[in-house]
Design a protein. Sequence first.
Length: 321
Amino acid sequence: MKLFKRIAFVLSNHGQEVPEPALLRAVELAKTNQAELTLLKVIPSFSSFLAFSSDEQTLQRKFIEQEETMLAQLVASLDKNICIKTLLLTGKRYIETIHQVQIHGFDLVMKEPDQLDWLDRLFGSDDMHLLRKCPCPVWLVKRSDTTECKQILAAVAFDDDEQTHNDELNVAILEFASSLSLSDFATLHVLNSYETPEAGFISLWAENPEKVEKDMLESEHMTRTGKMRGLMDKLKARIGNDSFQFLSPRTYIIPGSPDREVPKMAAKLNIDLVVMGTVARTGIAGVIIGNTAESVLSQLNCSVFAIKPKGFVSPLSVPRN
């Protein structure tokens, strides 16, 4: 199943003469999808550190030539059977990355997280900006010794709010998660967690609140079980019965807040990759990410593949010349 045509891999600002596993994963994904891969390097604006130089243009030219040489050496060390391009830009990395997505039509951005030793979280500032504002899916690949995943968790949501487009988002989440699970021979876990806030008010009106609450929770669980079954039927129709039987997704319907249950399940199952949607109301620039998604992302310590809902509009736009 070919899901991507143009993949952008955002390189770190430190020298990268030897390909990291995250980059090798991008190369493998491009090869599998017969996609074009672009290595994107964004360096800080020269004016910030060459302001006191007597020959700013010469130093700037030498610096760019050095970066171009390193990029060429990096490309030469990679698989020759795929189309690899390079882009060297100056500015803020997340802003330039998003602009290039809008200009070139990349359908996936991949990047190794900016791990910050002084924070108890995996994703740095640029990572969170990309997760919030990038119009295409973002895959943050945690640094590891392997390019393959063994345990993949797809977090899906069921609700009746049409503006979140959860049906399409759930299908997109499972489409990628199942494709990667099959290619990596990984175990696919599919989780839906939910809250029933109205249950807290039952005691205000019910004569037997314990029974009413129990019945309400059982009814909600049955409803979501039916929706999960329907989602699995859609997945089977997309990938075929043989692939579905081989994959044998493990499904979980768990009461509780998603921002608590998703990270907890990821830790419990030793998950390598969480595939999730950054659900927000769509069509309005600046409404960028759901509070639940933000909370989940801040707690995860594994790779993340984040998908925007249908109709998402990035708050950033390409400046006019």
